[in-house]
Design a protein around this ligand. Structure first.
Ligand SMILES: NC(=O)c1ccc[n+]([C@@H]2O[C@H](COP(=O)([O-])OP(=O)(O)OC[C@H]3O[C@@H](n4cnc5c(N)ncnc54)[C@H](OP(=O)(O)O)[C@@H]3O)[C@@H](O)[C@H]2O)c1
Length: 331
């Protein structure tokens, strides 16, 4: 899809039967993973959520494990009396325990307890989109999704999603209860879903696609030159691979300069141009960057622009994996 019609770009999109704004807001970085704990600014984060709602962004993305647990409380506080304006998405399954250890947990009893705990932290009586965050290979996905489906019947959850699932897992989940959205990393430097069957599968089944980290965890904006947080553990942010990847950012920046937009806006416009079933959720903790990112909806890419971006950041060109241990991610 090339996007030449400005009104079309601001129109709501559909994740299967769920109508949402064309861009969402990722809230994870407001509580963990990026930057230092000292630099965290909850008040600016709340202002960022409010500005997002003012600008018509409806989809807010959080998870119980962000913080851990504090991000849901922060998002719940920010939503406050504006609950009706929000399509609230959260996730379970990346269990973080009191002793600091983590495990993937898809057991039905855990699903039920995790949902109740998220509702309490968010301060709401229902979640709009509830994702299985990671697939538990020790529990058949049918059992996990059976419990998730019961949450819909009970009115605690409206729609169900899954994150980082392999095509066969998506099919099995969808056979239990319709999968509304698949959430997985997709951006100019993470394009594997275009060829590994994930995108084909969700399109065949009519499932919406929510690309996370559409700014490449900030990398594609050009603002990250020496990562000193969670990102430095990821191979593509390390050593030679990082240096090589920076050359890709230079190429993207050159095209952005010509288009009269910022690299962040261009990166988001590229994801938005992948189809009306695609709803990226860029993360930011700052009002100014949120406003910049929403400006991506005014960037119109021609077929020629898309071809040039394809040359600047070809699928498979990124050096280094996205996580230190990829075998624990897509299952
Ligand atoms: N399902 C999963 O497993 C999974 C995994 C990761 C993330 N997620 C979700 O996806 C959301 C988005 O992903 P993400 O936050 O990891 O990565 P992202 O959206 O690609 O990038 C976020 C980073 O970019 C920076 N940034 C944002 N706008 C910018 C701009 N205009 N100029 C310069 N820097 C900018 C942010 O810093 P500032 O805050 O300083 O602006 C932050 O460090 C998360 O918030 C989370 O909700 C899901």
């Amino acid at each position: 899809m090339t996007t030449t019609d400005p009104t079309a770009q601001r129109a709501p999109r559909r994740l299967r039967d769920l109508s949402v704004s064309p861009l969402g807001l990722g809230c994870m970085g407001m509580s963990e993973f990026y930057g230092s704990a000292d630099a965290r600014d909850d008040e600016e984060s709340v202002r960022t959520v409010h500005r997002a709602l003012d600008l018509g962004i409806t989809l807010l993305d959080t998870a119980d494990m962000y913080g851990p647990f504090t991000n849901e409380r922060l998002v719940g506080r920010a939503i406050g009396s504006r609950r009706e304006e929000v399509v609230l998405a959260t996730k379970f399954g990346n269990e973080r325990r009191g002793d600091g250890t983590r495990r993937v947990n898809g057991r039905p009893e855990y699903v039920r307890a995790a949902c109740d705990a998220s509702l309490e932290r968010l301060g709401v009586d229902h979640i709009d989109l509830y994702y299985q965050h990671r697939v538990d290979t020790t529990v058949p996905v049918e059992e996990t999704w059976g419990a998730m489906s019961e949450l819909v019947t009970a009115g605690k959850v409206r729609f169900l999603g899954i994150s980082e699932a392999a095509p066969e897992t998506v099919r099995r989940a969808d056979a239990v209860h319709p999968v509304t959205a698949l959430q997985t990393e997709w951006s100019l430097w993470t394009r594997d879903v275009e060829s590994d069957g994930v995108l084909d599968t969700v399109r065949e089944l009519g499932i919406g696609f929510v690309p996370y980290a559409p700014l490449g965890r900030g990398f594609l904006t050009g603002a990250i030159t020496s990562p000193d947080d969670f990102r430095r553990n990821n191979p593509r942010f390390q050593g030679e691979a990082f240096a090589e990847n920076l050359r890709m950012v230079d190429r993207v920046r050159a095209i952005a300069d010509e288009k009269g937009c910022t690299p962040a806006q261009l990166a988001l416009a590229w994801v938005l141009a992948q189809g009306p079933d695609v709803v990226p959720i860029p993360g930011t903790t700052k009002v100014s960057r949120l406003e910049e990112n929403v400006g991506a909806l005014d960037v119109h890419l021609t077929a020629d622009d898309l071809a040039r971006l394809d040359e600047a950041a070809p699928a498979g060109a990124t050096a280094g994996e996205r996580y230190p241990d990829m075998s624990s991610v897509r299952r």
